[in-house]
Design a protein around this ligand. Sequence first.
Ligand code: URP
Ligand code: ZN
Ligand code: ZN
Length: 498
Amino acid sequence: MSEFDIVVRNGTVVTAADTASCDVGIREGRIVALGEGLGQGAREIDAGGKLVLPGGIDSHCHIDQVSGMGVRTADDFHSATISAAFGGNTTVIPFAAQQRGQSLRSVVQDYHELATPKAVIDYAFHLIISDPSEQILNQELPALIHDGYTSFKVFMTYERMRLNDRQLLDVLSVARREGALMMVHAENDDVIAWISAKLLEQGHREPKFHAISHAQIAESEATHRAIRLSELMDVPLLVVHVSAEGAMNEIRRAQNAGLRVYGETCPQYLFLTKEDLDLPAVEGAKFCCSPPPRDTNSQAAMWRGLKNGTFQVFSSDHAPYRFDETGKLSAGPNPSFKEIANGLPGLELRLPLLFSEGVQTGRLTVNEFVALASTNAARIYGLDGRKGSIAVGLDADLAIWNPDRSVTVTADMMHDNAGYTPYEGRTLNGWPETVVSRGRVIVNEGEFSAEPGSGDFLPCEKPEPARPLGRLLPEVDPATNFGAEIISDTPLDTGAGD
Ligand code: URP
Ligand code: ZN
Ligand code: ZN
């Protein structure tokens, strides 16, 4: 009788904190031993010369979701989670996205119906709130936070999704009261709309004008505003998909001032530029996402932010649309830049890109890579009791990387449904060859084996306790605590029907 179900032997085990040569013993889906010369496993995996890392957590991806522009993304939970697994991930956190008028509870139920029969790796959900009515804020959202949906994204742009500042404050005050984390897509909608109208008036329709309309200042202004609003409430905020230095500096300044502001960037802001949108005909549509890829200075700034800790999270923002009438060209074969669905595929290459151009070039240590790939997301989103590291008691979620394997990327190799990859032809150094999800070897040397529906839903813990009010609110009268009461503890009257 074997002592372990699996032993991963002779590898270099890396966490966000440590690097050690040791074996990993797995039983009943969990890590039960770390040490030298562990006893026999029913299955033995030789990781000699390889890096044994925690499975990646992609904490920003859109799966089977109708986007802000009303187009459904190309992957279902089966193709998306297989693609994620081949990219060294064992957990995804997609969105249960509310369209205006929908009950949030029923939206969550719908996403479970999409995910339960199909996911092959574990998943949690963030919520997207596009309609913060009194019923949503005071009834549904608190109940959902209690049930393990402890983070939600709001948009400051997109006609069908955006919230105004008053609505952002309403949502932030629920985040404060209930102990949840707000994520924000920070771009100034009016700036984008104004520039877009001018461009279209002058006949500028091509994809490259998408990048011009989404000016950097639209991003930095909205980032500044979102941070100030969260400061008023003294609640944590995570600014997603940061693309440029201005927005990054806003986050850094807030962090230096002691605010709990987190930042995320994505592969497209390290590896693509606005020149990629400037291709013949509408080929540039393949690279349209929001915020758009910027320039080489912005890429350098994003690398700095990953290194110096401004960004805790590196996510794909996987939002795949096929280059046909179901996706990028849903408005016709020759759409204007305003009619192109925003988003790129990225689940499968997020980590290989970061490993190759981060770790292998010496920009990041392998421990920093692990923090950005997995550990920080687990901590920030309340999954660290189970995920994000290699330690006795945690789920046996591992990605075994061969640092010496070079792969030249082609669309044919990808397992998602986008039909193309923005990273076609790049040679990446280092590859996740074996992936173990809760003790199941699901990827091994290019072969996949896991049943649809074998991924589990993960309820998230509340990320951080609220801090006492008044610390940042000089207008609060210490005798009556009056300002604090307004912000925190009374059920909201959102002024619906005003
Ligand atoms: O262009 C993007 N990023 N599309 C996905 C939706 C979003 O805003 O994250
Ligand atoms: Zn977004
Ligand atoms: Zn997104």
